[in-house]
Design a protein around this ligand. Structure first.
Ligand SMILES: Cc1cc2nc3c(=O)[nH]c(=O)nc-3n(C[C@H](O)[C@H](O)[C@H](O)COP(=O)(O)OP(=O)(O)OC[C@H]3O[C@@H](n4cnc5c(N)ncnc54)[C@H](O)[C@@H]3O)c2cc1C
Length: 385
């Protein structure tokens, strides 16, 4: 019995299933309590970047992941869910302007596509966006975005075509442990599935799956209001003409979302949502994002809100991935991360090699039971997205 069971078919589990299926098709079983790609990955802003990633090793890992997305885009025939469209970002306050210019300098020094551009050049690039004349602007041509849900679904489909098995709409209620080894999973309907290795890709729900095994996964608790984990993305449509790429402004982040739609997010609104109570607060936050979008994109004036998604980040306490085996508990492998949209294909490449017996020098930095780096969360977050 050589089966690998993956719990969770978000972008991380889907990318891993795809990688493993290419080598061990018939041995891979992927289980999701819902359907592939309908968790955090679907609602995510899903900007592909290494823009603020620190330290250097984490930056390099993210750049590798962006390249992997490029390969995947080619393999899938340049699908609409992968858009290497670039990112335009601007700042206005003195501190933010300095920070942006310094960041561009650092990124250029590291060989990353980044340039400071004039307002008129920015207006040429994005004629359908209102760009203030006093903005300090940077352009990152190699960044982009994906549609996380669709990408996860495509990766799962390819894994299935390579012989993997998918089980949906049933929760993994427990990991089965025998003689201090994880030997499989128990489903909510009582069925047991034996495994040589169980991989936990359950995103923000991972702690509840791992706690009964005595594993205190270093994720920020999602249930605590004000923890920084909850966020709101809003889809509006239909907007023609609209921006072509990711646009980051001091009050709103926006990107195309297919079919004439735009996806909206803002850091300060996420903070409000995170401590917000009921539906009225959420409606107010969604309306505020919409108001900002109408100021930024003239054609959004006659748009409407299509969807508002309250979502949860799987946010490691030090901001960096939690990936690998757990010492003292063979048969278990964990793959949980923030920035999971960007990282998924590189993480899957390295994790699949480890699951097939080799150790990844890159993933050695990110073991789930590592000692805390002691990096304060605000700093970790800043370095993450
Ligand atoms: C608002 C927001 C913006 C973001 N922006 C970016 C960004 O710009 N760039 C970026 O790279 N990242 C971004 N992220 C982070 C990124 O979206 C996540 O890191 C990534 O989606 C996590 O993927 P995942 O597969 O681990 O989790 P998920 O997509 O949540 O998948 C986990 C899956 O596990 C299943 N599951 C859970 N528990 C069980 C169980 N017990 N049994 C069976 N199935 C189970 C769920 O149903 C789900 O399908 C953002 C996140 C948010 C919330």
């Amino acid at each position: 019995m050589t089966r690998i069971v993956i719990v969770g078919a978000g972008i991380v589990g889907a990318a891993l299933a795809d990688r493993l299926a290419a080598r061990r098709g018939g041995d891979v079983v992927l289980i999701d309590r819902s359907s592939p790609g309908l968790g955090t990955s679907r609602a995510s802003f899903a900007w592909l970047n290494a823009n603020k990633k620190l330290p250097r090793a984490y930056f390099d890992f993210s750049v590798e992941a962006m390249r992997e997305w490029g390969h995947l885009g080619g393999e899938f025939g340049q699908p609409s869910w992968y858009q290497a469209a670039g990112n335009l970002a601007w700042a206005r306050s003195p501190r933010a302007r300095d920070e942006l210019v310094e960041r561009v300098d650092r990124l250029r020094g590291w060989g990353y596509g980044a340039e400071v551009i004039t307002v008129s050049r920015a207006r040429e690039l994005e004629p359908n966006v209102t760009i203030p004349s006093d903005a300090q602007i940077a352009f990152f041509p190699d960044e982009g975005y994906i549609h996380g849900g669709q990408a996860a679904q495509a990766l799962v489909q390819r894994a299935l075509s390579l012989g993997a098995t998918l089980i949906t709409d049933v929760e993994v209620s427990d990991l089965v442990v025998n003689h201090n080894r994880v030997t499989g999973v128990r489903l909510a309907d009582g069925e047991r599935i034996a495994a040589e290795t169980v991989v936990c890709c359950a995103g923000w729900r991972s702690p509840e799956l791992l706690a009964p095994l005595g594993i205190d996964l270093a994720l920020v608790p999602a249930s605590t209001p004000g923890s920084g984990t909850r966020a709101l993305t809003v889809t509006i449509g239909r907007i023609v003409p609209q921006p072509d790429r990711v646009v980051h402004t001091p009050e709103l982040d926006v990107r195309p979302n297919g079919e004439g739609q735009l996806l909206l997010e803002a850091g300060d609104i996420d903070s409000r949502v995170d401590i917000a109570g009921g539906d009225d607060d959420l409606d107010e936050c969604a309306q505020e994002l919409f108001t900002r979008a109408r100021r930024l994109v003239p054609a959004a004036v006659s748009a409407r809100i299509v969807e508002a998604s309250l979502c949860v980040r799987p946010l490691p306490i030090d901001g960096h991935p939690l990936v690998g085996p757990v010492s003292g508990l063979p048969g278990l492998y964990i793959a949980v991360t923030h920035s999971g949209i960007t990282l998924a294909p590189a993480l899957a490449r390295h994790a699949s090699l480890e699951l097939l017996g080799a150790e990844s020098p890159i993933l050695r930095h990110y073991r789930p039971d590592r000692a805390s780096t002691g990096v304060p969360l605000e700093q970790a977050e800043e370095g993450s997205l």
